[in-house]
Design a protein around this ligand. Structure first.
Ligand code: SER
Length: 871
């Protein structure tokens, strides 16, 4: 059965059991401080398990895009080495929220596998949680055991320990015992030799877990203890790629129709065949796996970057590029060429891939390109490290520096070293790595106490679209301590006017006031598990009483002006640049707004002007806010509202309309565009290949800008001697400056002429070469003139000059053409290599080249190395 049919049959089977089919949540998680990526199907349902809110349907089924590359579930380093782990994979799941429990979950799983998918019963094993004698003192899951006993012979039921059969999402949160279903796909002969039961959970590539049925019944608290959840739930997760392997009768996930088209394409591009050599096979598996993780992340709006989720994506992509570089000899970007095949096979199930194909390709290509450049530079630096190594072991600290500052992969370093007969001081590398990890861990460490519940009121209400102050009660609170923010208290209210950070808009600030006149400031508002959490530096004194909760109106209204302006900007960009423009991220603050969008070239000043005018015309038009809540998603889309990729929408949405601008939006807005007063673009630039960013301001910030500009102009006039015409004065100064520059250049030329004589007498003869390496006080042009004049009637001259100009370093190398030919010397290579001492680079011709750098301190060292080229 092909993978498309397998997916559909799974969903339809549970639909037949009254489950509602729901879409996959985005793989990249926004607005959840505890997780970067969806790592299990249950993430999007956490709030239901915790009893924070009630689901609309108590039975759902889905296929979820998951990524296991960070945090508790991290398979990254395994991927490619075996045939059944992945970074990105699809998890098929059926869910019961306080509805059915173990009996139905077990019976239906068995029915689907053996009757619908017709997997041979004799190849299946199941496991049951055996209990634990640690602090948790959990008992054997007899209920599951007895249920399975009615279905399979007892020798096919394996007792599983806590590691394998007790599922926990993280250090805190919902958890419970689980039953796994394993399949043995070995040949008859192999099965006869060793029993499958003994291979379950032994990392055997042909005896693998395909389905995990988790029975959520506990909540793990901050102090490590377990408490019963308010209701019992079922969370199942089946590895789609593994299921396809079984149903397609192949021995590896990579031999299913999910991966073979990608593998064929990699073979075509690289000329390396799959299935002949283990190292090449690993590389091909790594690439075919990683391209999926990267492409899906970009489709969800997460670009590779240097921090957070973006950094994880960058590392995955680089891991693939490095495997290609080392084992498939790919020295040019090539992964972007796989996107085509990927969208062909998965574009129907995941349209976000198809619709953003061009963007995904551009971003990957650009990223590959810059990493290949890094690899090139890294190789050069590694050469120098080797040159300066005494003995045969390369310092681990130096290798770490190469890894840390240049992103040069450590396994590549180790490989190159061993090829050159050197070895890496691994202990030193690990120590340096650990030191850095400890540093960043302690900076990000955060400890959360358990919630102190004051009032059982689990359906919290947000009233902040209509009210900015309201009487509230605190339903629960907890203390949170982190190095970054110190001690803070998180408060949850029964209802709240505070907007929680989300959809790009910052969280509200404000205060709580009790009837005794005591005030506590709310410094921020965020969401966790879909619950609105207010941050305060202190705990209110009279916790059980009522409070007046008041939102900071000024901050809110400035933020609203920026949010509405963001919608108008989006509309303007699509009008002025074209309908290819899509929102790729936004950040709405009280002081400014930032908007990222897809577009392939720099905007011209005219386009920027047009966009600004378009927005300002709508501000002048005093368009009234038309807000609709609880609109069915389908009719909102039919009305022209645009859904953003990577966002999670419910069945009912909120629409915000100002004239022709319609958006699906949960944020807060001005009542009338006239309230924005004015819109001004401050900058436009690139964020990544094909993605541009506009920063802009509105209202008071534009007024402030005018005031600041006025002040600046007055200051400039004073500096220019109280001139009435600053433009004329500056032009005059520029002209004068140019004349002076010319005079200085003449003087320097004269100086160079005089220097020439002095320097000639300093030339040293080394192996038949007239040599001089010296720091001098001339500018770049002067040094060039001097070098060529000194070389004019010589055929064996080697000069290296270093100079410092305005805090920067410059190296110039001159080599007589005859020497270039006879000794194979190359000034370009020499300055590039010596450039590292001045933290820079450069190049030029074999007979004359220059390098600039930011470290003048390194000039002397570079000069000292020059002689080594004549050895
Ligand atoms: N949460 C369980 C898992 O991820 C089952 O879905 O394995």
């Amino acid at each position: 059965m092909n993978s498309k049919d397998t997916r559909t049959q799974f969903l339809n089977f549970f639909k037949g059991k009254e489950h509602k089919i729901v879409p996959s949540a985005p793989m990249v998680i926004k607005d959840d401080p505890t997780l970067l990526f969806t790592n299990a199907g249950m993430n999007q349902f956490k709030e239901y398990f915790l009893g924070i809110s009630q689901p609309k349907s108590s039975r759902v089924v889905d296929t979820q895009k998951c990524l296991r590359v960070s945090g508790k579930h991290n398979d990254l380093e395994e991927v490619g080495k075996d045939t059944y782990h992945h970074t990105m994979f699809e998890m098929l799941g059926n869910w019961s929220f306080g509805d059915y429990f173990k009996e139905e979950a077990i019976t239906w799983a068995w029915e689907l596998l053996t009757e619908v998918f017709k997997i041979d019963k004799d190849s299946l094993y199941v496991s049951v949680f055996e209990g634990s004698d640690d602090a948790d003192q959990l008992k054997l899951d007899t209920e599951a055991f007895n249920l399975w006993k009615g279905i399979v012979p007892e020798d096919r039921i394996i007792m599983g320990n806590k590691k394998d059969n007790f599922w926990e999402m993280g250090d805190q949160g919902p958890c419970g015992p689980c039953s796994e279903i394993h399949v043995d796909i070995r040949s008859k002969e192999d099965k006869a030799k060793v029993s499958g039961a003994s291979l379950v959970n032994q990392d055997h590539p042909q005896v693998v877990e395909i389905w995990n049925l988790v029975f959520m019944q506990y909540n793990r608290k901050a102090d490590g203890s377990l408490e019963n959840l308010p209701a019992k739930h079922v969370d199942t997760g089946m590895g789609f790629e593994r299921l396809c392997m079984v149903l397609q009768g192949v021995q590896s996930n990579y031999d299913t129709d999910i991966f073979t088209p990608l593998i064929r394409e990699i073979e075509t591009i690289t000329g390396s065949g799959y299935g002949k050599n283990e190292e090449i096979d690993i590389a091909i598996r790594v690439i075919s796996d990683h391209i999926r993780a990267v492409a899906f992340s970009i489709a969800d709006g997460q670009l590779p970057s240097n921090t957070g989720a973006g950094y994880v994506i960058r590392r995955i992509l680089r891991r693939a590029v490095r495997y290609g570089f080392t084992f498939l000899n790919t020295k040019e970007p090539f992964m972007f060429r796989l996107v085509n095949v990927l969208t062909d096979s998965l574009g129907d199930a995941y349209p976000e891939l198809k619709e953003q194909k061009q963007l995904i390709e551009n971003v990957i290509k650009e990223e590959e390109h810059s990493f290949l450049k890094t690899l090139d530079q890294g190789l050069l630096l590694l050469d120098t490290i080797i040159k300066n190594t005494k003995g045969k072991t390369v310092d681990g600290g130096k290798a770490f520096e190469l890894y840390d500052t240049f992103g040069f992969p450590i396994d590549l370093t180790a490989l190159i070293l061993s090829e050159k007969g050197y070895q890496l001081d691994e202990a030193g590398f690990n120590a340096a790595m650990q030191k850095q990890k400890n540093r960043s861990k302690s900076a990000s460490e955060i400890s959360k106490e358990d919630w102190e519940v004051l009032q059982d009121d689990n359906e919290q209400e947000f009233v902040g679209y209509d009210m900015l102050d309201v009487e509230v009660k605190i339903t629960k609170y907890r203390k949170v301590v982190s190095k970054k923010d110190g001690t803070q208290f998180q408060l949850v209210f029964n209802l709240t006017p505070f907007y929680a950070e989300g959809g790009g808009q910052v969280g509200d600030k404000g205060y709580l006031e009790d009837t005794h006149g005591d005030v506590v400031y709310i410094t921020d508002t965020k969401k966790e598990n879909n619950e609105i959490i207010h941050f305060a530096k202190n705990l209110p004194k009279h916790l059980g009483e009522s409070f007046k909760a008041v939102v900071d109106k000024k901050q809110r209204s400035r933020t609203e002006a920026n949010h509405t302006a963001t919608h108008l900007l989006h509309q303007a960009l699509r009008e002025v640049l074209g309908k290819h423009v899509e929102q790729k991220g936004s950040s709405v603050h009280s002081k400014y707004l930032r908007f990222d969008f897809s577009h392939f070239s720099k905007m011209t000043p005219e386009e920027l002007q047009e966009v600004e005018s378009f927005v300002n015309a709508r501000i002048d038009g005093h368009l009234q806010l038309q807000e609709e809540r609880n609109v069915p998603m389908k009719s909102a889309i039919a009305d022209g509202a645009m859904a953003l990729f990577g966002e999670k929408y419910g069945d009912a949405v909120r629409t915000i309309r100002f004239g022709q601008s319609i958006e699906l939006c949960g944020g807060t807005h001005v009542k009338n565009t006239g309230d924005i007063w004015q819109f001004k673009i401050k900058s436009e630039g690139a964020v990544a290949a094909g993605i541009r960013r506009i920063e802009a301001i509105t209202g008071d910030a534009v007024k402030d800008l005018h005031i600041d500009n006025d002040k600046l102009l007055s200051k400039i006039k004073v500096v220019l001697g109280n001139t009435q015409d600053p433009v004329r004065s500056v032009s005059g100064l520029q002209e004068e400056n140019n004349n002076l520059k010319k005079q200085v250049a003449e003087l320097l030329k004269d100086k160079a002429k005089n220097l020439k004589g002095d320097l000639r007498s300093e030339l040293k003869e080394i192996n038949g070469v007239q040599f001089l390496a010296k720091k001098i006080d001339l500018d770049a042009a002067g040094i060039k003139d001097l070098s060529f004049e000194m070389g004019s009637n010589k055929d064996n001259l080697f000069l290296l000059f270093g100079t410092e100009q305005n805090g920067k370093a410059l190296l110039s190398c001159y080599i007589s053409k005859e020497l270039v030919a006879s000794k194979g010397l190359n000034a370009g290579t020499i300055v590039r290599e010596l450039g590292k001492y001045i933290q820079g680079g450069g190049g030029g011709q074999p007979f004359f080249a220059t390098a600039g750098g930011k470290n003048p301190e390194g000039i002397n060292e570079a000069l000292a190395q020059a002689e080594s080229y004549l050895g």
